[in-house]
Design a protein around this ligand. Structure first.
Ligand code: UT7
Length: 310
């Protein structure tokens, strides 16, 4: 027995904000955003949709996809830095709405690495046979903590949610290894103080280094080599950072997920949103070896290597 993903779902708000829309609001250009980040458009949630609403929608789909009942969920982990309020947690809010009345619930604060932290935590509870099914959600409404007058940050982010049911899967499949890490000394480069504050160049350098190293190390931990990897799902922060991870693993372009152009950086939601995309378009198939890797505020990083399938 191993722990793996047995169902997934995602939700993104309907409203599309293009680079051309941002050109009208601030001193930026479509050309700059596209060439420096790879982003063409992002989804933004209106006032009527908060973080818990997006988490709920994604979680509902993940539960349906898994075939389990809400009452069978033992634990809900919601990775977010943009909860509706500091408490109750988003996980408690969706526990009630989903009817997951037997589930414990807590939020995880690891910024863009949050979904990796969630998957790794879920695996521990399942492997120790403490719990059978864990719902892991990555969700963010970054638009509410974005300074829409700051072109350094406002062009980067988007809103959305992705969710997974983690449970027992057959021998050989599931989460093969993970790595989590943090460097609190870099916290000053990316933090929240009324709005998101960021030293882009420092975060960029950290991201290139850690995304590459965390990917390589998680492959080694699983006892595999780069040649065994079928697909890479990097945190969708910036196409240039993602490309450096891909090149580190010697993977061709078509073996890396790229949704940053359509959704921007959705922080904790970006990896599960991308994973759903690649499952739906048939690029991630049973028995594929998939590497997921993220980095973010903290500073934090995390990588997970999985053999796909139930
Ligand atoms: O999930 C983690 C979240 N954070 C990240 O992933 C951020 C990581 N960092 C990055 O992605 C990149 O550093 C950025 C995309 C944020 C910036 O790209 P860069 O190549 O590092 O640009 P830069 O900060 O060195 O700025 C270059 C120029 C500056 O002008 P000067 O000082 O050279 O005259 C900026 O003022 O680009 C200017 N600039 C812009 N111009 C047009 C910065 N933002 C914009 C903008 N539109 N939106």
């Amino acid at each position: 027995m191993n722990a793996g993903i047995i169902g997934m779902g995602r939700f993104v708000p309907e409203t599309v904000v293009t680079n051309a829309d941002l050109e009208k609001r601030m001193d930026t250009t479509d050309e700059w955003i596209r060439t420096r980040t790879g982003i063409e458009e992002r989804r933004i949630a209106g006032d009527e949709i908060d973080t818990s609403d997006m988490a709920f929608e994604a979680a509902k789909k993940a539960i349906e996809d898994s075939g389990i009942k809400p009452e069978e969920i033992d634990l809900i982990l919601v990775a977010t830095v943009t909860p509706d309020q500091s408490f109750p947690s988003v996980s408690c809010m969706i526990q009630d709405r989903l009817g997951a009345k037997n589930a414990a619930a807590m939020d995880i604060s690891a910024a863009c690495s949050g979904f990796m932290y969630g998957l790794a935590t879920a695996k521990q509870f399942i492997m120790t046979e403490t719990y059978k099914y864990v719902l892991v959600v990555g969700v963010e409404k970054l638009s509410k903590i974005t300074d829409w007058n700051d072109r350094n940050t406002a062009v980067l982010f988007g809103d959305g949610a992705g969710a997974a049911i983690v449970g027992p899967v057959s021998e050989g499949r599931g989460i093969l290894a993970f790595e989590l890490g943090a460097d609190g000394s870099g916290g000053k480069h990316l933090y929240f103080d009324e709005f998101i504050q960021m030293n882009g160049r420092e975060v960029f350098k950290f991201a290139v280094r850690q995304m590459g190293e965390a990917s390589v190390r998680v492959i080694e931990k699983a006892g595999l080599s780069k040649d065994d990897v079928d697909f890479l799902i990097p945190h969708q922060a910036n196409i240039r950072i993602m490309e450096s991870s891909r090149q580190r693993l010697n993977l061709p372009e078509e073996k890396m997920s790229k949704t940053v152009n359509r959704f921007g950086n959705t922080s904790a939601a970006s990896i599960p949103i991308s994973l759903v995309e690649e499952i739906q378009n048939g690029k991630v198939k049973d028995d594929d070896v998939v590497v997921m890797v993220g980095f973010g505020g903290g500073l934090t990083w995390g990588s997970v290597i999985m053999k796909w399938g139930r």
